[in-house]
Structures are given as structure tokens and as C-alpha cells.
Write a protein that binds this ligand. Structure first.
Ligand code: ADP
Ligand code: MG
Length: 696
């Protein structure tokens, strides 16, 4: 492998490359756009486009694409070549500023939630200069926003950028009160990506995995994750090679892949990058997911990014580590003595207020058919949003709420009792793995999002809610003199913490008591996607997004519709796959096996009329009963499925899916799984969990 320093960012048209390749006046103007949001004019764009093209061709690119994130969440690209034929029969390679800035893909086949009737198919992509262009598979990819002819956002990136601008504006008002005006404020994100790797051969033999991304059937493996040997365990050689290549490819793309390790479940792994500004971090996460899927195939592996590929073992999340920084300084860094760090307390109170006030929206941001199997299922955080602050910060907040003084506790030096090992300072925040929104030293970790999701929604909501908290603070405090400011601000923090303390919960989120306690506190508990989505179109939600010009009402409604539709379509695919597999694979296998045993019994009886065949007879009975139960559940599912397809209203259909159909799918699955453990191994039509999860 080449030296990492030489590889890193090789395929990215980053600041360094820009400085090297652009005339200095152009470079400066572009930096003003990137760093201060100044508008970009066509002259500059032309120069940038030319330099970008020259660089891309030198790096082997032949095509370019406007790379964007439609509402379906995954990235889209349509490749155009640089080739421009000229009259003498030759061709030149061209790329204009206009082509860089704006594209016009046919928008008709992307989900828009009714925003754009199909006959009005035009949509525009617009260059986002704050996220660098890069080369992937000989294609120059230009990160872009995607909007309709009328300027409504048709993508995930545009509202995210708008929400970042809102935080920037409001945080600057607050910082100005602290005598620190005119800063570049961004929210930062570090997305920890979990995933499974399984063998391609097994994958191909599981139609449920191929069509739905998860196993719809499968008895729990004899060995699960109970020995906890996989977490941080030695990495399989093949997987290790995969991870090495992945790191290398990501580094070339300027993705700061940093940590890789095995996760709790067998075959489960994680990759964490160094954090970046939210917009870039999300682009990088999407690239990471894409590279994972692609590179796995080099090792006869398949990368599963679904939230819950396997029942009975952990699913995959995507922890959204989040903070706010001003000119590179982390505003959620408590420092040595958080109690006297007023600026920190103001921002902390702002986050607490934001999460409490908009807990339902945050929950909604993580809602999807896939994630429904994870949230509240005793492994991932519950579907109730609450915050964990840790001991030290928890005590600070308690003291503030109660109006007491507080002196920082000395950090305890840990003595490991072995002279050779260095003593180290105990971290002030111990870990709470069950909290959906945990303070982890100098950032918050939102753990609800699922592995497959685009983090734009979660961050758009977090940012906008935060902008709202900061705005309220600034509105109230701007009138005060400098002398009055500190005392008034501290009083404001106290009041905010008091008003929102119900959201703070340091206990065990998996316990049975917590949902009851949460209900007493008035916290929302939306168990399924169908329950979680409606709050998106509530008046409170629409008012929030409109107040900060992040989404207007039409955009909110269209997004809600897209989410609903996606949920219902996913359910429809899963139900159809289930029915097909039961009818064509599982029932025939069970019936065949039963017939074989029946034949066996008859044959033995012919020779030995009094033979004790209790073993075969009881097995035959179990198979017959099992098949009958499967048939009963299949019939129920079939009826409900058809009834659901009659329902025009997508929310009502989603309700039916979540509350009536899912329980029958579970029952059907259980009935099939019960047969898996008695049908002869050779006769079972698909590889089982034991085989898939414990490959050599
Ligand atoms: P752990 O999950 O073990 O606490 P780390 O603390 O190293 O792991 O960080 C997890 C993720 O959080 C990494 O992606 C890291 O880059 C990211 N992170 C660290 N600081 C910040 C920050 N200020 N803003 C956003 N993400 C951050
Ligand atoms: Mg973490």
C-alpha cells in the first residue's frame, strides 16, 4: 500500500487541489463562497469547471455527474461524458461553468410526494461548493442539491444546508452576547456505521435477503452473541482484507475512516470516521455505505446495511455524534469546570430544550420499516427519546435546577494495581448504552437512527430545533446590559433546565419500568413508523420549519407522504416475499419431509407391525400440525394484505400494516421457524442462521 499521506484525498478536488490548480483570484472568490456563503458568479464557475475537468481527466475520469440525495435517501447519479464532438470528426473534452453549477436530470422518477406532477418532470441539481467534488469509478462526482422547477427542495441535502444556516445565524446572535461575534458556526457530525458481512453464496440462496435486505424467516442460531466474543474480537482474515481495502478507498476519497472493529453480533462490524461538518459528514457516510457494498463483492462477501437483517441478534444502527463548533472551537466542550462555563451551559440548555420540545420529530427522523425492528427491541434505544448526561454533568444540572452551588468533583485517578501500567484519569462521563441521546464528553450521541438511513433528516431536525432554542435565548437576552447579562443568562439556563428536566433520564432504558415512568413524565412513545410519522405534519412541526425557512408547509407534507409511501411499499414487498417463500419453498419442503416420514412408517410397519415408531409418529404429527398452522397464518396474512391494498389513504394503510399485519407476519414466521428445527437439514430450502452467521 502506498503511504497513507500520499493516498489521502487523492481523488478529491479539495482545498489543497483548488489552491494548486486555480488562479489565486478565483481561489479566493471560491473560498468566500465555501466559507462565508457568498454567491458564486458564472465567471468564477467557468474557471473552476475548467480546472476541475483538467484535474479529473488527469486522474482518469471520462464522465461527470451531479451527485445528489433524492428523498428515497440513497444517492443518485446520471453520468454524462466530457466528450464534445467537433466538425472535423475529432472530439474534445469540455465542461462548462454552467454544467458545473446546474444540471437538469429528469426528475419524474424520483419520489416527490406529489410536489411535482410527472408531466412537470423538470428538476434542477445545483452544485454545493461546501462539499468537495470527487472521482469515483472514473466519474467526476459533483455533490449537488436537487430541487423542482419552482425551487422546492426535492432532496435531503437542501433542507440540511438551510438548517445549518439557521444554526449559524442564531448561534452568532448568542455568541455576540458573549462578546464573540462573527464566527463561522457549523454543526459537526461523526456517523458510526454498523453493518453485517455474510458470504455471497448464502446471500444468493436467501431470496428474503436479496429482495428485502433482511431475513423474514430463521430460527435463532444455537450460539448467538451471549459469549460476547465477537465485540472487539480478532477480525477474520477475509474481513480484515476487506476493511483494509475499504479504508484505502475511503482515504482516497477524503473520507477520514478512523476506527474499525467487530460489533456485538456475529458477522457484525462497525466503521467510524473522524467527524466533519454535518453536510460533508453525511456525504461521506453515503459514500462509505456505497463503497462497503461495492468492495464486499471483491471478497465474495455481501454487505448488509439493513437495520435488522437477523432476528434474535442485534441489529445495526448509525450513531449520530453531534456537536456545534464556532470557528473550529467545540461549543459543547464543558472544560475543567462546567458550572462556571456559562457559554457551555447556555448551549447545553439549548440542546436539552430542543430535544425535549421536538422529541417526537427526532423519533420520527429515525422511523422506517427496517428500524421498527430495532427501536424498543431491547438492544437499541427504546422508541422513547430521553437524554443521558452522565454523573458529572448530571450533578451540575441538578445543582442548577435546585439553585445550589456546585464544586467540580476531582477526576479520580484510576489505579490499576499493576506498577507497570500507567494510571489514567477516569472519564467523567461513564457510558450508558441504553440512552437514545447521550452526552459523551463534548458531544451528544443520537443513537436512534438506523444503519440504512440518510442522517440528513435527523440533523435537519436537530439543527432547526437548536436554532429555535438559541433564537429564544437571544430574543430574551439581547436587551440586557453587559453587567446584567451573566446573571440573567444563568437564570435563563436554570429556568430552561427546570422546564425540560423530564427529558433527562440516567437509568436503564431497557427496563420495563421506563416506559411507564416516561408516560408519567409525558414523554412520547411512538412504537412504530405508522405512529411516529404523523407528528411531521403537526402544526408545531410545520411552524418550526417555516420559522427558520428550512421547509415550507408543502415541502413538509411532501416529505411526510414520501416516508409513508416508502413504508407501505416496503411492507408490501416484505409481505409478498413472505407469501411467495412460504408457498413455494417452505410448505413444499415441510410436506415432502412429512410424506417421507409417512412412507417410512408404512414401510417399517409392513415388516414389523408392532414396532415402536413413536419418534417418527410424533415428528409426523408435529409437521402436519406445523403445516396447518403455517397455512392458517398464511391465509390471514393474505386476507389482510389484500384488504390493506384497498385502503387509499396512506396513513391508514400504514396503521394497518403496523398494527394488524406485522403481528401476523410474526406469527407466520414463528410457525415456519418452528419447522426449521425439525425438518432434516438437507431438506430445508435455505441456509439457516447457524450457517450464515458462523461461516469460516
Ligand atoms: P465512542 O463512540 O467510543 O465514544 P469516539 O468518542 O471516538 O467514540 O467518537 C465517536 C464518533 O464521534 C467519531 O466519529 C468521532 O469523530 C465523533 N466525534 C468526536 N467529536 C465530535 C464532535 N465534536 N462532533 C461530532 N462528532 C464528534
Ligand atoms: Mg459511539
Amino acid at each position: 500500500m502506498a503511504k497513507v499521506q500520499d493516498l489521502y484525498g487523492l481523488m478529491v478536488f479539495d482545498e489543497h487541489t483548488m489552491q494548486e490548480r486555480l488562479p489565486s483570484a478565483t481561489y479566493k472568490q471560491l473560498m468566500r463562497t465555501i466559507k462565508d456563503g457568498a454567491p458564486l458568479d458564472l465567471e468564477v464557475a467557468n474557471v473552476v469547471a475548467h480546472a476541475m475537468k483538467e484535474w479529473a481527466i488527469e486522474m482518469g475520469a471520462t464522465h461527470y455527474t451531479h451527485w445528489f440525495q433524492p428523498l428515497s435517501g440513497i444517492t443518485s447519479e446520471k453520468h454524462d461524458s466530457f466528450i464534445d464532438p467537433i466538425d472535423d470528426g475529432h472530439a474534445i473534452m469540455s465542461f462548462s461553468g454552467k454544467e458545473l453549477i446546474q444540471g437538469e436530470p429528469d426528475a419524474s422518477s424520483f419520489p416527490s410526494g406529489g410536489l411535482r406532477a410527472t408531466f412537470e418532470a423538470r428538476g434542477y441539481t445545483a452544485w454545493d461548493p461546501t462539499s468537495f467534488a470527487f472521482i469515483k469509478d472514473e466519474v467526476l462526482c459533483i455533490p449537488t442539491a436537487f430541487c423542482s422547477y419552482n425551487g422546492e427542495a426535492l432532496d435531503k441535502k437542501t433542507p440540511l444546508l438551510r438548517s445549518m444556516r439557521a444554526v449559524d445565524e442564531q448561534a452568532n446572535r448568542v455568541l455576540a452576547l458573549f462578546g464573540e461575534p462573527h464566527q463561522r458556526v457549523v454543526t459537526t457530525v461523526g456517523a458510526e456505521q454498523e453493518y453485517f458481512l455474510i458470504s455471497e453464496d448464502d446471500y444468493k440462496r436467501r431470496l428474503d435477503l436479496v429482495l428485502t435486505g433482511r431475513t423474514l424467516f430463521g430460527y435463532s442460531p444455537c450460539k448467538g452473541q451471549e459469549l460476547e466474543e465477537h465485540y472487539f474480537g480478532a477480525i477474520r482474515p477475509t474481513v480484515n482484507n476487506f476493511m483494509k481495502e475499504l479504508d484505502e478507498e475511503l482515504w482516497k476519497l477524503g473520507v477520514p475512516a478512523k476506527t474499525k472493529h467487530n460489533e456485538v453480533a456475529p458477522c457484525q462490524h462497525e466503521l467510524a470516521p473522524l467527524f466533519a461538518n454535518a453536510n460533508r459528514a453525511i456525504d461521506q457516510n453515503l459514500l462509505t455505505m456505497e463503497e462497503m457494498r461495492l468492495l464486499a463483492s471483491h471478497y465474495n462477501l455481501v454487505c448488509l446495511e439493513h437495520e435488522k437483517p437477523f432476528e434474535h441478534i442485534n441489529g445495526s444502527g448509525k450513531h449520530n455524534n453531534w456537536s456545534i463548533s464556532a470557528n473550529g472551537k467545540n461549543l459543547l466542550e464543558p472544560g475543567e469546570n462546567p458550572m462556571s462555563n456559562l457559554r457551555f451551559l447556555v448551549f447545553l440548555a439549548g440542546v436539552i430544550q430542543a430535544v425535549d420540545d421536538y422529541q417526537e420529530l427526532l423519533r420520527m427522523s429515525a422511523a422506517s420499516a427496517g428500524n421498527d425492528h430495532r427501536l424498543g427491541a431491547n438492544e437499541a434505544p427504546p422508541a422513547i427519546v430521553s437524554m443521558f448526561l452522565g454523573d458529572e454533568l448530571g450533578r451540575v444540572v441538578d445543582a442548577l435546577i435546585e439553585g445550589r452551588d456546585y464544586t467540580a468533583s476531582e477526576r479520580t485517578e484510576m489505579d490499576l494495581g499493576v506498577a507497570e501500567l500507567p494510571n489514567f484519569l477516569q472519564d467523567n462521563t461513564d457510558r450508558n448504552r441504553t440512552s437514545p441521546f447521550a452526552f459523551t464528553g463534548n458531544k451528544f450521541e443520537f443513537r436512534m437512527p438506523g444503519a440504512e438511513q440518510n442522517l440528513s433528516d435527523a440533523n435537519m431536525i436537530l439543527n432547526t430545533a437548536m436554532a429555535k432554542s438559541l433564537k429564544e435565548f437571544a430574543d430574551e437576552l439581547e436587551g440586557f446590559s453587559e453587567e446584567e447579562f451573566r446573571a440573567t443568562a444563568l437564570e435563563y439556563v436554570r429556568r430552561t433546565l427546570r422546564d425540560h428536566q423530564r427529558i433527562i433520564f440516567n437509568g436503564d432504558g431497557y427496563s420495563d419500568e421506563w416506559p411507564k415512568e416516561a408516560e408519567r413524565r409525558g414523554l412520547a412513545n411512538h412504537r412504530t413508523t405508522a405512529d411516529a410519522l404523523p407528528c411531521f405534519v403537526s402544526e408545531k412541526s410545520i411552524r418550526l420549519f417555516e420559522e427558520f425557512a428550512v421547509l415550507d408547509e408543502v415541502e413538509v407534507r411532501s416529505r411526510y407522504e414520501v416516508k409513508l409511501e416508502k413504508y407501505n411499499k416496503t411492507m408490501n414487498i416484505e409481505i409478498r416475499t413472505m407469501k411467495r417463500l412460504v408457498r413455494r419453498d417452505y410448505l413444499p419442503a415441510i410436506n415432502d419431509f412429512a410424506a417421507e416420514i409417512a412412507r417410512h412408517i408404512t414401510e417399517v410397519r409392513a415388516v414389523l407391525p408392532d414396532a415402536d415408531l413413536i419418534n417418527q409418529e410424533s415428528k409426523l404429527q408435529a409437521l402436519i400440525d406445523g403445516a396447518a398452522e403455517i397455512n392458517r397464518q398464511l391465509g390471514k396474512l393474505h386476507e389482510l394484505h389484500y384488504a390493506s391494498l384497498e385502503i387509499e389513504d396512506q396513513q391508514e394503510r400504514a396503521n394497518m400494516n403496523a398494527h394488524q399485519i406485522v403481528p401476523v407476519m410474526d406469527a407466520l414466521r414463528d410457525a415456519v421457524d418452528a419447522m426449521e428445527i425439525i425438518v432434516e437439514r438437507e431438506k430445508w430450502p435455505v441456509p439457516t442462521y447457524n450457517e450464515i452467521l458462523f461461516y469460516a
